[in-house]
Design a protein around this ligand. Structure first.
Ligand SMILES: [Ca+2]
Ligand SMILES: [Ca+2]
Length: 346
């Protein structure tokens, strides 16, 4: 009887270990490491993972090392989101593959030399900071947007950057690191016809690289700001379905954007014109991702969530509605438009 009991306990603990649990992570971008350390109780109490920005000038800094140690000691899963300087484009992409490669290798060197407890690197594949400014100024002006995307087309440069990222992931794996790529959801509209035109137009080599996870920034508030109004959480559901279709268990979804609390005539932050100032919409988006089968959802950003009087309301998923949302009348149309563009920009 006792033997049977032990076998049963071992069996149950193994089953639990293999169970994939739903995870929520917070992006932490601009807070100084000391302020993030102060939020460790909040992260811990709410069972949140931490995707921490490591800006180019924080590499080798003791306070950054301390943050990774404190968060890991508290049992918080912590990943390093590597960012370049602004002249270098800020986010990794087709234009700065060499530069990003060097910085990522330097990061791994540092982590190994000082035995820092972080084994995940995040590659935030986005168009350069400079081009993103042009794009956000052109919002709603399709001619201007197309002009920019057309000028980005350069398959030779695209393929050579892709090679560099393939090499980076290979080296990371050989050194025991894993790599998450986070990027625009339009990658998912690029795949069906078998060419990389949308990724080239956005300077974001993503497919064909051995990422351990790939996550898509389906920011409903940005879609409403950038294209047309009327996107519901169906937008998140639709892309989450495609993410699962193409990337299976490796797929994640990023939701947002959370704006800072409205405190009477504060300055408008670019990209946050329609940002969430209450958790309801964000929780709908999380529920929509979950209803499509996504097991990893990430919220941008910790920086603003903690400014609210009850920050835990933003991540309280105990009453999450996981009914698939009804079509909103704009998501399917805009995704069809992206697919048409895919064919047209060859
Ligand atoms: Ca394509
Ligand atoms: Ca390009």
């Amino acid at each position: 009887m006792r033997k049977l009991l032990i076998v049963l306990i071992v069996f149950l603990s193994c089953a639990d270990e293999n169970k994939v649990t739903f995870k929520i992570a917070m992006w932490s971008e601009f807070l100084p490491p000391q302020s993030v350390i102060a939020e460790i109780p909040f992260l811990k109490e709410n069972n949140l993972a931490l995707y921490q920005a490591v800006h180019h000038d924080m590499l080798g800094k003791d306070e950054m090392k301390q943050l990774f140690i404190s968060a890991t000691d508290a049992g918080i899963e912590t990943r390093a989101w590597l960012l370049l300087d602004y002249p270098g484009g800020y986010w990794p992409n087709e234009e700065n593959a060499e530069k990003f490669y060097s910085q990522a290798v330097a990061f791994m060197d540092w982590v190994e030399a000082e035995d820092i407890p972080v084994r995940w690197i995040i590659v935030d594949m986005e168009m350069s900071w400079q081009k993103t400014q042009v794009l956000s100024e052109a919002k709603g002006d399709f001619t201007k947007i197309l002009e920019l995307l057309k000028s980005n087309m350069n398959m030779e440069r695209f393929n050579s950057a892709k090679k560099k990222y393939i090499e980076l992931v290979k080296i990371a794996h050989s050194r025991g690191f894993r790599v998450l790529c986070v990027t625009y959801p339009q990658v998912l509209d690029d795949i069906a016809d078998g060419d990389d035109s949308i990724q080239d137009a956005l300077d974001i080599p993503v497919t064909g690289i051995d990422w351990d996870e790939v996550s898509f920034m389906v920011y409903r508030t940005v879609f409403n700001d950038m294209w047309v109004q009327g996107f519901t959480s169906y937008l998140i559901y639709s892309y989450a379905k495609s993410a699962i279709e193409f990337f299976g268990e490796r797929a994640g979804i990023d939701v947002g954007l959370v704006a800072p609390p409205v405190s009477g005539g504060g300055e408008e932050i670019p990209g946050l014109a329609n940002g969430y100032t209450a958790p309801e919409g964000l929780l709908e988006d999380i529920g929509a991702a979950r209803s499509a089968g996504i097991m990893s959802v990430h919220i941008w950003p910790l920086d603003y969530v903690i400014l609210y009087p009850e920050p835990e309301r933003w991540v309280n998923t105990s009453n999450l509605d996981i009914t698939p949302p009804e079509p909103d009348g704009v998501t399917d149309e805009i995704r069809e438009l992206f697919a048409v563009l895919d064919g047209a920009i060859n």
